[in-house]
Design a protein. Structure first.
Length: 149
C-alpha cells in the first residue's frame, strides 16, 4: 500500500529563493530515505505558500519521513518562514472506475488448469489461504467472500 505525505510551508511571498532552498533540502533528504518513490512540488507564489507531495512505499516509511523532514525544514527555514511546516499523511488508492483492465493476453492472469474432480475435491478441503477478503484454494479455484474473521 502506497502512502502520500503532504508537507506545506508559508514563507514571505517575495522570497522564492528560500522556496528553492526548501525544495533542494527536501529532495536530497528524501532520496536517502527508505521507501521513497517520488515528489511533486507546487506553490502559490502570490501568498508564499509552498508544498510537496511525496509518495512512500509504506505507512511506516511515510510517518518517519514526515517527522524527519518537518524538523529539517523548520531548522532550515528559521527566520524565513511565516509558519512552521504542516504535514499530513494520506493513503493512496486507485478508484475502481480508473483501474485499467488488461489489454493483452500477456497482461491477463492464466486460467487455472483443469483437474480431475477427485483430485480437485481433495485439494479443496485443505490448504486454503486468505487473499484480501476472498479465499483461494491450493488449486486456484476461488471460494466465497469472507464476511468477517
Amino acid at each position: 500500500m502506497m502512502y502520500a505525505r503532504l508537507i506545506m510551508l508559508t514563507i514571505r511571498p517575495d522570497d522564492h529563493t528560500s522556496a528553492e532552498d526548501f525544495a533542494g533540502l527536501l529532495s536530497s533528504e528524501m532520496e536517502k530515505l527508505p521507501g521513497y518513490q517520488s515528489a511533486t512540488y507546487f506553490c502559490d507564489k502570490r501568498y508564499g505558500e509552498y508544498a510537496v507531495l511525496c509518495l512512500w512505499e509504506g505507512e511506516e516509511e511515510a510517518v518517519i519521513a514526515g517527522r524527519l523532514l518537518c524538523s529539517k525544514i523548520e531548522a532550515a527555514t528559521a527566520g524565513k518562514a511565516i509558519s512552521v511546516p504542516a504535514s499530513k499523511l494520506y493513503e493512496v488508492f486507485e478508484p475502481a472506475s480508473l483501474r485499467r483492465e488488461p489489454q493483452t493476453q500477456d497482461e491477463r492472469e492464466p486460467a487455472p488448469q483443469a483437474q480431475p474432480a477427485s483430485q480437485q475435491h481433495s485439494q479443496d478441503r485443505g490448504d486454503l489461504r486468505r487473499e484480501g477478503t476472498r479465499v483461494q484454494s491450493a488449486n486456484g479455484v476461488w471460494g466465497a467472500e469472507l464476511q468477517a474473521l
